[in-house]
Design a protein around this ligand. Structure first.
Ligand code: NAD
Ligand code: MG
Length: 330
């Protein structure tokens, strides 16, 4: 295991470098602003007239069309949505400077060969393990979201040093930068979001809520119990693992946890998790998502709408309106 910190950074690796950040969404905005505050020469590549153009300008960043931004750039960070990256790469491919660094925040397109980078480029990954808003906020607080680092192509012999200097520029070395590969980052990231973080956790919340409401309990009570309180538990886990959670919950909660938890998430669940992982490893998930996205994303939109129609959303809106502080830190 290699975990890098500030002392491992070669400050010379990106000294005087011109960095083009393509995209100004969750990650793009955070990277561009953090890099600028770290003293780098940053230009944001955006479609002219898009909503982000004005907002990046207002934040004091240099803005240009993607092709113009990439011209002469020493490092290009590909921070548009995964499904837009191969199109954008095709558009800027011919203007990339030989020996330039192409940087990704998620390995999807390189790993699943949607982008086959030119052989004269360094290709690296700096994947923050957290959403962009947090990458920005923590940086401003003198902290940093941990990142993963990987190198797919190294033509200059400096690919790793440059990637680490970039991670330092966005604050990642404060939290720790862990060595990985494009394959490991891509497969574990997809698995995490599908089985545990986004897919698993929300299904658990919704099914718990439904169980209580269908048994005749008040929806508001079910909401507090199954959704609102989850944050308390997650914060404890985040800060100190299972031990810290055990320390702060009652013995009654612990006994229920230890004897009932394994009945909810059991061997069947784990078997399904393995199948989900296999679909990621085989490329089946990637093929399905690329197909869906390239044919207009109709099923995607339908499922999204359906998800948001769940009654837990109406109940939540009403209860959260009483707690405006919940969104203060966004
Ligand atoms: P996003 O959807 O928040 O933002 C995308 C930005 O790209 C927007 O500014 C949009 O206007 C712009 N854009 C879209 N299509 C474009 C095009 N064709 N040309 C130019 N600009 C275009 O994206 P994101 O969630 O920040 O994801 C960026 C990358 O970061 C992805 O590889 C993603 O997997 C990775 N990542 C995201 C997170 C996260 O928390 N969102 C975490 C880790 C890694
Ligand atoms: Mg992730």
């Amino acid at each position: 295991m290699h975990l890098y910190s500030r002392k491992d950074v070669d400050k010379k690796a990106l000294k005087g470098a011109r960095i083009a950040v393509l995209g100004y969404g969750s990650q793009g905005r955070a990277h561009a602003l953090n890099l600028k505050d770290s003293g780098f020469n940053v230009v944001v590549g955006l479609r002219k007239g898009g909503a982000s153009w004005k907002s990046a300008k207002r934040a004091g960043l240099a803005v240009a069309e993607p092709v113009e931004a990439v011209q002469g750039a020493d490092l290009v960070a590909m921070l548009v949505p995964d499904m837009a990256q191969s199109g954008l790469y095709q558009a800027v491919k011919s203007v990339l400077k030989p020996g330039a660094t192409l940087l990704f925040a998620h390995g999807f397109n390189v790993h699943f060969k949607q982008i086959k980078p030119r052989k004269d480029l360094d290709v690296v990954l700096i994947a923050p393990k957290g959403p962009g808003g947090l990458v920005r906020r923590q940086y401003q607080q003198g902290r940093g979201v941990p990142c993963l680092i990987a190198v797919a192509q190294d033509v200059t012999g400096k690919a790793h040093a440059k990637a680490l200097a970039y991670a330092d520029g966005i604050g990642g070395t404060r939290g720790g930068v862990l060595e990985t590969t494009f394959a490991e980052e891509t497969e574990t990231d997809l698995f995490g979001e599908q089985a545990v973080l986004c897919g698993g956790a929300t299904e658990l919340v919704v099914k718990g809520y439904e169980t209580l409401v269908e048994a005749g309990y008040q929806p508001e009570v079910a909401y507090y119990e199954c959704l609102h309180e989850l944050k308390l538990i997650v914060d404890l886990l985040h800060e100190g693992g299972l031990a810290k959670m055990h320390k702060y919950i009652s013995d009654t909660a612990k006994w229920g946890d230890l004897t009932r938890g394994p009945r909810v998430v059991d061997e069947r669940t784990k078997k399904e998790m393995r199948r989900i992982l296999k679909e990621i490893q085989s490329g089946k998930f990637a093929r399905q998502w690329i197909e869906e996205s390239s044919t207009g994303g109709k099923n995607f939109q339908r499922l999204l709408k359906q998800d948001l129609r769940h009654p837990i959303e109406r109940v939540g809106e009403r209860l959260r309106a009483r707690m405006p502080w919940l969104t203060e830190s966004r």
